[in-house]
Design a protein around this ligand. Sequence first.
Ligand code: JFZ
Length: 476
Amino acid sequence: MKNSPAILIVTALLSAQLTHLVPCASAAAKKSAPPGADIARRSESVAAHRSPEEQAAHEARIAWWREAKFGLFIHWGLYALPAGEWKGKPVAGIGEWIMNRAKIPVKEYEQLAKQFNPVKFNAEEWVQMAEDAGMKYIVITSKHHDGFAMFGSKTSPYNIVDATPFKRDPMKELAAACARHGIKFGFYYSQAQDWHEPNGAGNTWDFGPDNRKDYDQYLRGKAEPQVRELLTGYGPICLVWFDTPRMMTPERTARFAQLVRTLQPNCLIDGRLGPGDGDYLSMGDNKIPPMVVPGDWEVPATLNHTWGFKKDDTDWKTPEDLTFKLVDIVSKGGNYLLNVGPTAEGVIPQASQDNLRRVGRWLKVNGEAIYGARPTPFGAELGAQVDGRFREAKDWRCTTKPGKFYFTLFTWPAGSFQLPPMKAKATKAWFLGDARTPLRLTTTDGKTTVSLPEKAPDNIASVIAVEIDVPKPGKD
Ligand code: JFZ
């Protein structure tokens, strides 16, 4: 098991409390930029502009999120009705973009509201599913780019209470269900693009180019008042997930940030509001960095290939793949925000539910390796540079807690698992879910191996917990 110097340098950037876990290989001089270095720089720059007071406030409000690791994203809106098809023809691309992709005029798209009647919607069931999946927070589209508010808005009649036969406010029901289940509740809000409004960004087919619009009229007249409504009418909001910051100058960004910080100081702001002011970096959709990334960051991701429901997209990621991605992301220091796209009837597709619940069953046994866990101090297990390209390795991942390492094995080794080189001494090992059966540790020539049974105890991935004796600072 070799530790590439580049990987060790990224590892060394981790917080001071982890430094005692850095493996013993010497941090050799950096030869070329390690994979993921650009992302690491971006992540660090998120925090760079904060004053000490802002940094302290940020630390306080993000503490729960750092523990949570796994959240449910929900993309739900009028686009669930066409479900990827317009006038009998499939429309390529993500489902919630159908108005834009098919250049549907506002007057036509608006008509969808009259048919939107999700009678099977049940907030309790949705939140129960998130809980079963082991997810700790929910972020739902309160208004996507199509401009339709999925909450009862006084700012615009183009909303689910006033414009549909449904007449209920599902956001109120979800907020209440989340409170009952102890799950944090947050809103996605498309602050910049609003294809329904003449002065919102994005709708060039009805309203002409964005640079001729009175953008601030839209921001002040709709987006800002709606964000205010969301932060005053639904109890504690854990997070506002802004998106696609088109034309968001620092000044416009600051207006939204001010709103959030004033109305709900504990509410997080994601990384897509505009320049500055976010609490964490939002990675590109479905983009998992190759390396450990310092700072706070999240990967928003789909279960198939769309966010909003599309009837033809049944290409689901498997529970095995989802579990790997969750562990992979946590071992690199991030959060996983995984999306479902409910139907126009208000039902989360069964395959999404099944696959998420399977991950939840794995977490019931192995969650100790995930919630509140810190990234790997190693790195060689993530992959290596081969012929100038990064080749990912997928055999195992490591997460940590004070005094403990968790090795999640996705490939079952024959007989034993050799621990990567480390300063700390491994004193005890066991499988999560079977803490009373110790696994034998053998050290020869400075290499420690854990003896394993022939068969993996978990069908998806087994986690070996290793207790370590951390060397005292000052001694090598
Ligand atoms: C945006 C939306 O346009 C999309 O509909 C969905 O809501 C998604 C979660 O976010 O799409 C993006 C935004 C940013 C990136 C990729 C897709 N990005 O930074 O790579």
